[in-house]
Design a protein around this ligand. Structure first.
Ligand SMILES: CC(=O)SCCNC(=O)CCNC(=O)[C@H](O)C(C)(C)COP(=O)(O)OP(=O)(O)OC[C@H]1O[C@@H](n2cnc3c(N)ncnc32)[C@H](O)[C@@H]1OP(=O)(O)O
Length: 208
């Protein structure tokens, strides 16, 4: 057993803490958050030990790291920083999530309550697979993606690095969403989406 230190105590960080506690895999859970300088010392019973810039004072022998930051590019930066400081960044999987033993996971991703990853799916590093999202067979999700609550990806869909699929959006099978894309809440993606695009609506179209 080890301790878990979560970078960021906002909404996403709090869900990570709750999820990590449910796994019973950690002796203790704590945060770093910049509001420490404003006198914020705890969230519920979890202490805030310092600001995020205090990470280099923390021992990688004592703590594993989770990146509690929803913004995909910022999460990528902190992931690389934590790797460079030799921290372990485990996947954190809620006990109600179903992760096929025939799927492939990177490191540092979180899988919240009732999420599903089916056979032969691949999930990259530091992804958020949010509440009740489903990633079906043969999907490929890049690094630093956010698959929001209630998203459903049909079989063999692909999502590029740092893309954000908004709450309740869906993809048709074999569709590819490129890198650095945003798919709006409730969208139905039925054809490929180029890199750096924002799409929304049913069917999903480029935001003008
Ligand atoms: C646990 C959690 O909370 S995870 C977080 C979950 N949150 C989400 O999934 C949010 C996803 N984000 C969205 O859907 C956003 O609305 C975006 C990214 C698609 C667009 O955001 P913005 O660029 O700020 O667009 P803005 O709000 O200015 O709206 C622009 C136009 O698009 C429309 N629009 C915005 N979002 C959508 C959407 N999801 N579907 C259809 N139309 C939309 C607006 O009605 C507006 O139309 P108008 O010009 O005719 O008035």
């Amino acid at each position: 057993m080890t301790k878990l230190l979560i970078l960021g105590a906002g909404g996403h960080g709090k869900v990570i803490a709750d999820t990590a506690e449910q796994t019973k895999a950690f002796d203790a859970i704590a945060f770093l958050d910049d509001r420490f300088n404003d006198g914020l010392n705890n969230i519920l019973h979890w202490p805030i030990l310092g600001t995020i810039s205090d990470l280099n004072k923390i021992s990688s022998n004592e703590y594993a790291i989770a990146i509690g930051i929803g913004n995909n590019s910022m999460r990528a930066e902190f992931f690389e920083l934590a790797i460079s400081l030799n921290f372990d960044i485990p996947n954190i999987i809620h006990p109600t999530a179903y992760i096929s033993q025939y799927s492939t996971l990177g490191q540092g991703s979180v899988f919240f309550a009732h999420s599903v990853v089916n056979i032969n799916a691949q999930i990259g590093n530091a992804c958020i697979i949010n509440t009740s999202a489903s990633i079906d067979h043969d999907c490929v999700i890049g690094d630093f993606c956010h698959i929001s609550p209630g998203v459903h990806l049909a079989g063999a869909s692909r999502v590029g690095d740092r893309s954000w699929l908004g709450i309740g959006s869906v993809t048709k099978q074999q569709v590819e969403v490129g890198q650095d894309c945003v798919v709006g809440a409730g969208a139905a993606v039925i054809q490929n989406v180029y890199n750096n695009s924002i799409v929304m609506g049913v069917p999903a179209r480029l935001k003008s």
